[in-house]
Design a protein around this ligand. Structure first.
Ligand SMILES: Cc1cc2nc3c(=O)[nH]c(=O)nc-3n(C[C@H](O)[C@H](O)[C@H](O)COP(=O)(O)OP(=O)(O)OC[C@H]3O[C@@H](n4cnc5c(N)ncnc54)[C@H](O)[C@@H]3O)c2cc1C
Length: 284
């Protein structure tokens, strides 16, 4: 299929993009890397009257350190994250996750902000941003607002972004020397969306784990933190007994939903498999 006809405009500054978006109302849609949107346009799942291409706006670009936060602009591509020394040093979970996103050609175009704004529960960045306690920086007609990743992902493909708002950047607290992390996903083939995945971050002093964030993705309508399981492992040494109880707890607390090819039972089984591997990795 081919996309329905639409107007196209490419503003060069953020203020212009915001006023175009406000003017267009429900008829306007932003495009960044186009790696999700072009497919939905071609399938006519989305039929905007005007496409506002934000890919030339410098205010949305770049990775930088701001105090003790790593700031990632919405237009930063998956490849830039994968190759960034700042990311490798200050948010190593993201470097570990990046190669799991599709293939390099898609990662060269797809953006951090596009992935977060789209809110796909099977995507890597929403889960990582939740595990890393990220803050989303959003601009709209009323100015700038900030919201935590925990409050940003609301439901299937639904975030707290309003139609007249643009995701500007994200800030992530930088990793300290005690931070340990684990990222893994189970997919049919490398580059496919995950059947189930886990992004985990914790503090480790000696053998004791604390401040654990266990975020599962591709198992529910949003990425989900296993809050009860986190409480169970915090303050403990990850012995085989603790890991076994954590696996039981995570399977019980995550309300998995089936997808087109995988049942709830498969998802719940994989949640346990991922958690066992993840906690063993954090313990090692
Ligand atoms: C074959 C294939 C395989 C893929 N596999 C994976 C995968 O394994 N994992 C994964 O995570 N992704 C995967 N993707 C999707 C890819 O990562 C996309 O790049 C990403 O989801 C969206 O980023 P984008 O810049 O391309 O956004 P676009 O497609 O341009 O936009 C997506 C949506 O976000 C909105 N948007 C974009 N930027 C902003 C912003 N700054 N503020 C507000 N709204 C905005 C747009 O209006 C649109 O609704 C795959 C894509 C393809 C084609």
């Amino acid at each position: 299929m081919k996309a329905a006809a639409f107007d196209y405009i490419k503003p060069t500054v953020l203020a212009q993009a915001l006023s175009l978006l406000a003017e267009a109302g429900d008829d306007g849609q932003l495009i960044a890397g186009g790696q999700t949107l072009l497919a939905t346009l071609n399938m006519r799942l989305s039929e905007p009257g005007i496409l506002i291409d934000i890919s030339g706006i410098n205010e949305l670009k770049g990775i930088s350190l701001v105090g003790n936060q790593l700031r990632i602009g919405a237009l930063v591509t998956h490849t830039e994250i994968e190759d960034s020394e700042l990311v490798a040093k200050h948010a190593p979970l993201l470097k570990a996750a990046a190669p799991h996103i599709a293939h390099r050609a898609i990662r060269n175009l797809g953006t951090w902000g596009g992935s977060l704004a789209y809110g796909d529960p099977a995507a890597e960045w929403p889960a990582c941003s939740l595990a890393l306690n990220a803050t989303m920086i959003i601009v709209g007609p009323g100015g700038e607002r900030r919201i935590s990743a925990q409050d940003f992902f609301i439901d299937l493909y639904t975030t707290s972004l309003e139609p007249d708002e643009i995701l500007l950047a994200t800030e992530i607290p930088i990793a300290d020397k005690n931070q340990v992390f684990y990222f893994h996903e189970l997919a049919r083939r490398h580059g496919d969306y995950a059947i189930a995945g886990l992004a985990a971050v914790a503090q480790k002093q000696g053998d004791v784990i604390s401040d654990c964030a266990l975020t599962f993705f591709s198992v529910a309508s949003t990425p989900l933190m296993a809050l009860k399981t986190q409480t169970l492992v915090n303050g403990k040494v990850l012995t085989p007994e603790v890991i076994a109880s954590a696996v039981v707890a995570a399977r019980a607390e995550i309300d998995a939903i089936a997808d087109i090819t995988n049942s709830v039972e498969t998802k719940q089984h994989l949640i346990g498999v991922l958690l066992e591997r993840g906690l063993k990795h954090l313990a090692a």
